[in-house]
Design a protein. Structure first.
Lengths: 120, 159
């Protein structure tokens, strides 16, 4: 079965871009545009990896990360972040994120990060 | 007066984004300081800045330029400036301003950014009131992009 990735970002452009990259590599992709939707989708779809933006309106990526891990400690979450969010990245890693990729993503970096989690 | 430590992070951020992600050479026109109202381009991204420097950063361009830039970022033709294209252009503003903010932080100005807004339409008049705008005109292969940095800060320097 194809590994499944949940892409969480409030910006439709970033979701579309990430989904296209992952779909072209043969992954199955589920999208969510905010934190609440991400929690719902996670519970329902049980993705192998989550790729999640840190800055989102409402519940931010770190809050969503903590909630997902509280219910599903096995979850593998990669955070997406723009430059200049060093403290947020550190907090995400401390909170249990497995990895992070810088936005705008380099396709190879994004795919390598996802692959690493799938194979781990 | 806008100091070099405020201007340079924006120039650096814009150049690095446009050259890396649009893969194109950028020619910079003459920088100018403007305090009058300005008539915007057809598509504008506005990003608010708060913290040690505060105000707004505007990215202004024609719809044609916006569609061309969006099409490169998305990797597909953009015949209509739709929600996906809007999101791509907003993300460009986000990324350039975000990079500039990390440059500002290195200079001692810690700032936070608002989510981007898109202002679209012909002949929209934008005023930044008593905050002067530093205008950075950029000429790209895909058209003309103008960045206006309207920030005020404590002139005694970073806290």
């Amino acid at each position: 079965m194809m590994p499944k990735v949940l892409v969480v970002d409030d910006a439709v452009f970033m979701r579309t871009k990430a989904s296209k990259l992952l779909t072209d590599e043969g992954y199955s992709v589920v999208e969510a545009s905010n934190g609440e939707e991400a929690l719902e989708r996670y519970a329902k779809e049980r993705p192998d990896v989550v790729l999640m933006d840190i800055t989102m309106p409402g519940m931010d990526g770190i809050a969503v990360l903590k909630k997902i891990l509280a219910d599903h400690p096995e979850a593998r979450v990669i955070m997406c972040t723009a430059l200049g969010q060093r403290s947020m990245v550190l907090e995400a890693i401390k909170s249990g994120a497995k990895d992070f990729v810088l936005k705008p993503f380099e396709p190879e970096q994004l795919l390598a990060a996802v692959k690493k989690q799938i194979e781990s | 007066m806008l100091k070099a430590e405020i201007v340079n992070p924006f120039l650096k951020a814009a150049y690095s984004f446009l050259e890396e992600h649009l893969n194109m050479e950028v020619t910079r026109g003459q920088l100018r300081l403007d305090s009058s109202k300005c008539t915007s381009g057809e598509v504008n991204v506005a990003i608010g800045v708060t913290g040690d420097a505060e105000g707004v950063v505007l990215y202004s361009m024609s719809e044609r330029t916006a569609k061309s830039i969006a099409s490169v970022l998305i990797g597909e033709p953009v015949p209509v400036f739709d929600a996906l294209a809007e999101s791509a252009i907003a993300e460009m503003g986000n990324i350039i301003t975000g990079r500039a903010a990390s440059g500002l932080e290195e200079e001692g100005f810690r700032c936070r950014l608002s989510p981007p807004s898109i202002i679209a339409g012909r002949g929209v008049v934008i005023s930044t009131l008593d905050i002067q705008r530093l205008v950075i005109p950029l000429e790209l292969r895909l058209g003309y992009l103008e960045i206006s940095v309207a920030l005020r800060y404590d002139s005694t320097g970073p806290k």
